[in-house]
Design a protein around this ligand. Structure first.
Ligand code: HEC
Length: 182
């Protein structure tokens, strides 16, 4: 009889029809807020993804001569494309409330970083080392430009002017803990 009761249950559900479909869950009231400092995002995500791009196509010189490196197979190119698209997306994190310094130059640098990263991703899709190298150089330039304009100011704000005492992982706006070291 077990199977019979299962069938009748199912048909009851079917008969009940569309009207009794469970309501869509509401958009939660929870606000997604910055949980890490700009410093954290730089060190945890951005620097690693950028390194993956910069290391993918490179020239090394040692006692045995000049060595050119580039991704060797589809999987390695794919890894570079992932890193580049990750870096492009990480720009969004820098525009979260609490991390966006302003909507002028800050936003401009963030946008440039994402655009250059997408260029790098497309170069990796096409397995084009020259374009990847160029895109990598452009990314590096954006990192440097933003650091020139903002790094010191934001670091001061985070540390209250005393870098060695500041916790590295405090959420934005938190008071730097006294006596805590990096
Ligand atoms: C929109 C501006 C902006 C862009 C673009 C940017 N950064 Fe940063 N970066 C900062 C700021 C501001 C800090 C300092 C944060 C702090 O000290 O609280 C920082 C800090 C860092 C640090 C830590 C440095 C230290 O002395 O502790 C690293 C590493 C870093 N960035 C890497 C990168 C790389 C790599 C890129 C490019 C792929 C990049 N950043 C792009 C704004 C930016």
């Amino acid at each position: 009889m077990k199977s019979f009761s299962l069938v009748s249950c199912l048909s009851l559900v079917l008969l009940a029809g569309c009207n009794s479909a469970p309501p869509e869950p509401e958009k939660p009231k929870y606000e997604f807020k910055a949980a890490a400092t700009t410093q954290d995002i730089m060190e945890s995500l951005i620097a690693h993804m950028a390194e993956d791009i910069w290391n993918s196509v490179r020239v090394e010189i040692d006692k045995d001569g000049v060595h050119d490196y580039q991704p060797q197979n589809k999987e390695e190119w794919q890894e570079v494309a992932y890193a580049a698209r990750g870096l492009a997306e990480a720009g969004t994190l820098l525009m979260y409330e609490g991390r966006a310094e302003d909507y002028g130059d800050w936003a401009k640098y963030v946008r440039q970083m994402s655009e250059m990263s997408l260029e790098a991703a497309k170069a990796a899709d096409d397995q084009d080392p020259d374009r990847l190298l160029t895109a990598g150089g452009n990314i590096y330039e954006v990192c440097t430009n933003c650091h020139t304009d903002y790094l010191e100011r934001v670091e001061m704000k985070r540390t209250g002017g005393s870098a060695p005492e500041a916790p590295v992982t405090a959420p934005p706006g938190a008071e730097p803990a006294k006596g805590e070291t990096k």
